[in-house]
Design a protein around this ligand. Structure first.
Ligand code: BEZ
Length: 256
């Protein structure tokens, strides 16, 4: 039912319809990051990891000339359907040189496992003096979900850490990486942001846990989601029946 070799070849994929249903809160909670960016009309802004373009659209509404990039062709198609300039690109290897006043990134950098390459690609994409404003999962993010995943998969002989798709740095680590990449850091903060889900934890696991769940057949996947749900219930389900996940955010503003 699940062979650990499968995890090496199967990546997270995105279904825009399920994403909008299970993860609409991601863009909603990213709105304060737009305030930190303080976009000016006429600025050229790159939205790195634009997903389905909900925040990209807000930047366009603020008067920016925005390009969105994302690794997922499905999400890029959803962003284009909103009339946005969105392209498929890898954050480790951006096809831009000195073009943008700002690079903005919400809830995407933690999917990019080689941060120094990403920071170098962002620096290259910016004009001199350009700013890099982002928010991502930071150290301790979704710790309870991660612990449950590790235990549940270990019972099946699978080492989740070997397939970890996420990078959740401390503020000190990311600060040092930004400086080494030629940025001056204006602010960088790690803060807990317990996050209320719009529905059941199973929808969250199906949407975000694809790296681990998509290699499995449907029956095994359902069984694992059930086990995870039971393990997480005492910590994450409130007496009112609402799931609240232990998100931790790392938010920063830097300039070249
Ligand atoms: C997040 O912090 O936004 C996140 C990280 C991993 C999986 C899902 C969401």
């Amino acid at each position: 039912p699940c062979d650990k070799r499968d995890f090496m070849t199967t990546n997270q994929t995105w279904n825009p319809e399920a994403y909008a249903r299970n993860a609409g809160f991601v863009a909603q909670l990213g709105e304060p990051l737009i305030d930190l960016l303080a976009p000016q009309p006429g600025e050229r802004v790159l939205d790195l990891g634009c997903g389905d373009g909900v925040l990209t659209e807000k930047l366009a509404t603020a008067g920016c000339i925005v390009v969105g990039v994302d690794g997922s062709p499905e999400q890029v198609a959803a962003a284009r359907a909103k009339g946005l300039d969105a392209r498929v690109a890898d954050g480790h290897n951006l096809p831009f040189d000195g073009e943008f006043d700002a690079v903005f990134s919400n809830a995407a950098l933690h999917w990019m496992r080689e941060p120094d390459r990403v920071i170098a690609a962002v620096a290259r994409a910016l004009k001199p003096g350009g700013r890099f404003v982002g928010e991502m999962g930071g150290a301790g993010n979704i710790a309870s979900v991660w612990a449950a995943l590790v235990d549940t998969l270990a019972r099946r002989g699978i080492d989740a850490a070997a397939f970890n798709p996420w990078y959740f740095p401390t503020a000190e680590e990311y600060h040092a990486r930004l400086e080494a990449g030629g940025f001056v850091v204006k602010s960088i903060t790690l803060f807990p942001r317990p996050t209320t889900l719009p529905g059941d934890i199973s929808g969250w696991l199906e949407t975000f846990g694809g790296t681990f769940l998509s290699p499995m057949d449907a029956a095994t996947r359902a069984q694992i989601i059930d086990e995870l749900r039971e393990t997480l219930r005492p910590a994450l389900l409130t007496p009112e029946g609402v799931w609240v996940v232990d998100y931790v955010r790392l938010r920063f503003s830097a300039s070249r």
